[in-house]
Design a protein around this ligand. Structure first.
Ligand code: PLP
Length: 397
């Protein structure tokens, strides 16, 4: 296809211009390293946006998918398939929830969660104009429903009207949520750790407070762990830090480690009182190929003791970031949990420039809003990788 510049020019001519992409064509990956088509090596602290939890080239994952291709990749949801049955059981076990619906992406999982909440409230009082409380600076996806609960006005404004009756509260401010609740509120949706919005972990008081508000008012608590779930926070799911469970949970990103798959899950009470046959569907969702990816991922999490590595390397990363903060006055704050971390720079240092410079230096990092550098590496990184990352990052400052 020609050299990298030619490919990039062709892409800029043919692809719809909805992204300002970094000027690189990645060719393959190995472990925590990416290689471009010119053979240049990069240390990857983006992981395809928090997707490649197992890094690149995990043998068990590859073999399970290859075997599944040889058998069957798709059946539709009109029939049962073994990988999906197995994946649902595995997801129930690790989440503590009771029912699973497989989707093809994160946004679709959020759509399903919204429909679940509306149906739940509809069955309860027979009316339809229920309200959902979402958070400022949240991110839930780009489809119309998911966008409607996304707390960044600039993402929504060109596409108004959104789906109706959404109110926005201030994250980590329980009073602001309380003040928006009324008898029409059917759900509160939030990320346990805000990702895209700038890596803001929810506080225990806030997350537990929302759980109680939802219990007291028969409101569904929807946690979006599409980015912070699947081990990234140091627990399998970040809500485990607070000893609570959501009524509805959305997952994607790390769930398939590179195969497009998502899911929304719920407890039995919610399942019994919401979506019924005819209410929701998907052609691809939970097909045998995508489900095989989930099974391989969950299997490897146990096999490789991924959580142990996240906790060890996550603590080390935190130390290193604190040192950086002490050393560079342009760093206003460092935040995160496990292997989801953010470095907030002051206005003199646009994070987009740091990311560009890092790429030149062989380090893949991305931004989040609020001039934050986002670190979401594969969950298999070592302390050496973190040392290399900080060296390359310092050179890029
Ligand atoms: C990425 C993300 C989504 C959207 O997922 P897509 O697969 O891009 O549709 C939703 N919620 C959160 C928290 C995310 O990080």
């Amino acid at each position: 296809m020609g050299n990298m510049t030619e490919m990039i020019n062709t892409a800029e001519r043919d692809l719809l211009h909805t992204y300002n992409r970094f000027p690189v064509v990645f060719d393959h990956g190995e472990g925590v390293r990416l290689y471009d088509t010119d053979g240049k090596e990069y240390l990857d602290f983006c992981a395809g946006i928090a997707v490649h939890a197992l890094g690149y080239g995990n043998e068990a994952w590859k073999n399970e998918l290859k075997d599944q291709i040889d058998k069957i990749t798709h059946t539709s949801n009109l029939y049962y398939n073994e990988p999906a049955i197995k994946a649902a059981g595995a997801l129930k076990k690790i989440t503590g929830l009771d029912r699973v619906f497989f989707t093809n992406s994160g946004a679709e999982a959020v759509e399903g969660a919204i429909k679940t909440a509306r149906k739940y409230a509809f069955l309860k009082d027979g009316t339809t104009d229920h309200e959902i409380i979402a958070m400022d600076h949240s991110f839930h996806g780009r489809t119309m429903g998911a966008l409607s609960v996304t707390g960044t006005k600039a993402y929504r404004d060109p596409f108004l009207p959104m789906i109706g009756n959404i109110k926005y509260a201030v994250y980590n401010d329980l009073e602001s949520v309380k003040s928006l609740i009324n008898h029409k509120t059917c759900a509160i949706i939030l990320e346990t750790i805000q990702g895209e919005g700038g890596i803001h972990p929810g506080t225990g008081d806030f997350i537990k407070g929302i759980r109680k508000l939802c219990d007291d008012n028969d409101i569904l608590m929807i946690l979006d762990e599409i980015q912070c779930g699947m081990g990234r926070s140091g627990k399998m799911f970040a809500y485990e830090y607070f000893g609570i469970k959501p009524d509805v949970l959305t997952l994607a990103k790390g769930l398939g480690c590179g195969i497009p798959v998502g899911a929304f899950l719920m407890n039995e009470k919610t399942a019994q009182n919401s979506l019924k046959p005819g209410d929701h569907g998907t052609t691809y969702g939970g097909n045998p190929f995508a489900a095989a990816a989930i099974n391989a991922v969950i299997g490897q999490f146990g096999e490789l003791d991924i959580l142990k590595n996240v906790n060890e390397t996550g603590a080390y990363l935190k130390e290193k970031l604190e040192v950086l903060k002490g050393k560079y006055p342009i760093i206003k704050d460092v935040r995160g949990k496990g292997l989801i971390a953010g470095i907030e720079f002051d206005d003199t240092k646009p994070v987009s420039e740091v990311c560009k410079k890092a790429l030149e230096n062989g380090l893949v990092v991305i931004s989040a809003s609020g001039n934050v550098l986002r670190l979401v590496p594969p969950l298999i990184i070592t302390k050496d990788d973190i040392d290399e990352m900080t060296d390359k990052l310092e050179r890029s400052l």
